[in-house]
Design a binder for this molecule. Structure first.
Ligand code: SF4
Length: 370
């Protein structure tokens, strides 16, 4: 099981799945530069799903970053060493008429760029081929049910499942690595095994399970229990040996503890991909109007790119600095021997308690000696 992180819209459309040696943090698992920047280019989306984190709309908002401001953001990100992976998301990034110019500028700057579109009529086969030509690194699609009935019901959009399958075929035909994102809630949990099969039919390279953070429109969705979380993670650890794709988790950093235990039991090296990455540590989110946040699921604003350099906000703002101080975490997370590689979902801690430093309530682990 690998580790990824969400992005912005609809829920986790995070694209990803490429090895980056530069992802290595320092000895304390602190990432001094953002490694993955999730950028909500717009809130406009033809879907505007019932559970959208971004609370997407059918129209663009007047205070979106302009084309020139967007170029300046990319210039600032490209100045970082190493350069972060940029995930263009929304809303639906294809809703911006200048999307292709923004993408081209990112690629000219040498930024590895992934795209998380919505499965709408805008995502034509021609658009997918154009994304391939533009040098996109990976794409993602959301799949929250194994059938049209369940997927469309959860998203509140008829025809979405069929369009998602058609887009997956186009993406596979174009040779772009596909990540399939699935939201984990009490409603979707019974279908996980079936969804795993559909992801395989879609030729996914990565299946990312997004563990619900009750923020945005997702606040109305039913959370699974901590015990169900453990069972699901144990299942994914077995499933990962049976599937042709990587299985990743989003907003479930405690999965790293299970991976470590599995490796230790097998006599393997005690290392885990993405160790330490969490909201605000290796991860940064930019809103459509330039706000800088630790992730799309932690709606706390540390600054705005209209006034400050985004890398400076990541490195020096009070919020981001605090989020990298794992010893200051509360509850079990602050006492846990795994806090440096895990640290819990800061977004979930905030959504559950209002305290961004609190323990992650979805984790069952009792730290040793605590
Ligand atoms: S207690 Fe916190 S730091 Fe420890 S494994 Fe659970 S979520 Fe991670």
């Amino acid at each position: 099981m690998a580790d990824s992180h969400p992005h912005a819209a609809g829920h986790p459309h995070a694209a990803g799945g490429h090895p980056h040696a530069a992802f290595a943090p320092n000895a304390d698992y602190v990432y001094e530069h953002p490694r993955r920047v999730y950028w909500e280019l717009t809130r406009a989306c033809g879907l505007a799903c019932a559970h959208c984190r971004a609370e997407a709309l059918h129209h663009r908002l007047p205070d979106e970053l302009t084309r020139e401001e967007s170029f300046a953001v990319l210039d600032a990100l490209a100045a970082a060493t190493p350069k972060p992976v940029v995930i263009l998301t929304g809303g639906d990034p294809l809703e911006r008429p200048d999307f292709w110019e923004i993408l081209a500028h990112a690629r000219e700057l040498g930024l590895h760029t992934d795209v998380a579109p919505s499965a709408t009529p805008k995502l034509t086969r021609e658009a997918v081929m154009r994304l391939k030509e533009a040098g996109v690194g990976a794409m993602s699609l959301s799949l929250d049910g194994a059938t049209a009935e369940t997927h469309d019901a959860l998203r509140g959009i008829d025809g979405c499942f069929e369009r998602t399958m058609a887009s997956a075929k186009d993406i596979a035909d174009a040779g772009i690595p596909l990540q399939v994102n699935t939201l984990v809630t009490a409603d979707t949990l019974p279908e996980m095994a079936a969804i795993a099969g559909v992801a395989e039919q879609m030729k996914a390279r990565r299946w990312s399970l997004f563990f619900l953070v009750t923020t945005g429109r997702g606040a109305t969705l039913p959370q699974i229990t901590p015990e169900q979380t453990d069972e699901l993670l144990a299942w994914t650890l077995e499933e990962t040996d049976r599937r042709p794709y990587v299985i990743a988790t989003t907003e479930a950093p405690f999965a790293r503890r299970l991976v470590l235990e599995k490796k230790a039991a097998a006599g393997g090296r005690p290392r885990v991909a993405g160790a330490g990455m969490r909201d605000g540590n290796g991860i940064m989110f930019l809103s459509y109007k330039g706000e800088v946040m630790p992730s799309g699921f932690l709606p706390m604003v540390a600054g705005n790119v209209r006034e400050q350099d985004p890398i400076a906000i990541y490195q020096r703002s009070e919020l981001f600095t605090r989020l990298r101080d794992v010893d200051a975490f509360g509850g079990r997370c602050g006492r846990c021997e795994h806090r440096r590689i895990c640290g819990g979902s800061r977004g979930r801690a905030y959504a559950a308690t209002g305290d961004v430093m609190a323990e992650d309530p979805l984790c069952t682990y009792q730290p040793k000696g605590a």
